[in-house]
Design a protein around this ligand. Structure first.
Ligand SMILES: [Zn+2]
Length: 512
């Protein structure tokens, strides 16, 4: 997989909003262009000039030293201040591993080479081979873009306005800190008593570029060292102020499945490689006509079992007539409703259809006045759970109806498997419900491909959860400018995972 094959991560988080907004026609659907046009952000300062004046002058490092924040927040600020764009994770990794060792966790490097460093921080050494609860996070971040467009510098770990700012503060360093500080609370207990489980925080490289230097490697060659019972990685989160829920409290999605991904190459060849002025039907023209047809063709709406489960769970939480309709998603009424709305809501469409995106064009080298005889297009294909590579190839063939095109699969990600929302899903749900009053939790299908899929492909149960309530402006900032996480979300997130671990460990069951 490549970076291009990755689905923009912020879309994951707006999915739930879209779902719940269906009946209200509220949509937080985010486009890159909206960012500069929108005027409604709670915290944002809208343009570069006002940012420079409004924020930088008010912010000073000295005031941060006297700030009353938790150790976890201060830790995150330092971690964000070590840049770790994909391929350059090592410095951040060594710092993080040292901090974890200081906390009394057992550190093991799974791989340790430049640009591919993966380590674990566990209650017990992995060699204990205890059944293991594995928290997964990635140390790499995407590029920060133009630093001048940030409210605060992206790699300073600025703490201001009740938030830690910077690239990775949310995705995924914030989650890593939440995981580490939660597990740390069990170090003394694990030393005193022989717990039946191990708990491991697995910190990997290269998630943002497809996981080849991280999770793909770890799952391929080292998985037997982990003995995982469950893996908990990034994924769904909570949304609140969904007005149609009538103040019923926040709604959380825990991801149980995601889309599969593959790269397909289409090639057109023509012997007609002569002078441009005499060309008839030639490769470039055939390709452009073919791609125009293919990329504009609507994909059929497919209600997967996973989407059905998600809709019906939301329906049950929603209650009333709307909830009743939604809780039987395969009914004719709801399906016609879905089809209608899927056309207007790209985020909803993502979870009901396969998707093909043009990711690159290749051409045989020619001079400008000569036409090339081979033209190729690389397509990034996203498959719903249960859809096979043959399904997508057939869709391409049936749409193009072109016997001259050559179709080949260039790369294929792991087969998307689904985790049934069972034991650990329930424990995570209880933990969320105990931390967030009135919260409801539903399983969700993530219209993306994350590292989680490598572990699911091995048959390990995997849940995706950022244990916090996210706001639309926060979603917009992921992989964009002004990424942040609120102090309070770091601290509450730790509480969620601590209460999850307590409920998983029988030693607490006996005592309470
Ligand atoms: Zn991430």
């Amino acid at each position: 997989m490549t970076r291009d094959m990755r689905f923009p991560r912020h879309t994951i988080f707006i999915l739930l909003t879209t779902l719940f907004s269906l009946f209200l026609n509220l949509s937080y659907g985010y486009r890159e262009s909206d960012r500069r046009e929108s005027n409604s952000s709670e915290i944002g300062i809208r343009d570069v000039d006002s940012r420079e004046i409004g924020s930088r002058e008010n912010y000073s490092r000295e005031s941060e030293d006297t700030l009353t924040v938790s150790d976890a927040v201060r830790f995150l600020s330092k971690y964000v201040a070590i840049p770790s764009v994909s391929g350059q994770e090592n410095e951040a990794a060594y710092w993080l591993a040292l901090q974890c060792a200081d906390k009394g966790l057992h550190i093991e490097y799974i791989t340790n080479s430049p640009g591919s460093v993966n380590f674990t921080a566990s209650l017990y050494p992995l060699s204990s081979q205890k059944p293991n609860i594995v928290f997964l996070n990635h140390m790499d971040v995407v590029f920060a873009g133009d630093h001048k467009l940030w409210k605060y510098p992206p790699f300073d770990g600025v703490m201001a306005d009740e938030r830690v700012w910077g690239r990775g503060s949310f995705d995924n360093k914030g989650l890593a800190v939440i995981q580490i500080f939660a597990v740390e609370q069990f170090v003394d207990l694990a030393a005193k008593e022989e717990l039946p489980f191990n708990v491991t925080v697995l910190c990997v490289s290269g998630e943002e570029t497809g996981g080849i230097t991280g999770s793909a490697l770890v799952t391929k060659d080292f998985i037997e060292r982990f003995n995982p019972m469950v893996v908990i990685g990034e994924g769904g989160s909570g949304m609140e102020d969904l007005s149609f829920l009538d103040g019923a409290g926040p709604l959380f999605g825990i991801s149980i499945a995601e889309k599969g991904c593959m790269l397909v190459k289409l090639s057109w060849t023509s012997d007609n490689a002569g002078h441009a002025s005499i060309a008839g039907n030639y490769a470039s023209l055939m390709m452009i006509n073919g791609l125009h047809k293919l990329l504009n063709a609507p994909h059929p709406i497919i209600l997967t079992r996973e989407a059905e489960l998600m809709f019906s769970s939301v329906g049950k939480k929603l209650g009333g007539i709307k909830g009743k309709v939604m809780s039987k998603p395969s009914s004719k009424l709801f399906m016609s409703f879905l089809k209608q709305h899927a056309l207007k809501n790209p985020e909803l469409n993502e979870i009901l259809t396969n998707k093909i995106t043009l990711s690159a064009l290749e051409t045989s080298k020619t001079s400008y006045n000569q036409i090339s005889n081979v033209e190729s297009a690389i397509l990034d294909c996203r498959l719903l759970p249960g859809e096979t590579p043959e399904d997508i190839i057939n869709f391409i063939k049936n749409t193009l109806l072109d016997s001259l095109v050559q179709i080949s699969v260039v790369e294929q990600g792991p087969v998307p498997l689904t985790t049934e929302p069972e034991y650990f899903f329930n424990l995570l749900s209880y933990a969320i419900e105990s931390e967030f009053e009135g919260a409801s939790v539903v399983p969700m299908l993530l219209p993306a491909s994350t590292d989680n899929s490598y572990f699911r492909a091995l048959g390990v149960p995997v849940y995706g959860l950022n244990p916090m309530i996210v706001s639309p402006d926060q979603l917009k900032a992921i992989h964009s400018y002004d990424e942040f996480i609120k102090f309070v979300d770091v601290d509450r997130g730790i509480d969620v995972f601590v209460s999850f671990l307590k409920s998983a460990l029988p030693v607490f069951d006996e005592r309470h």
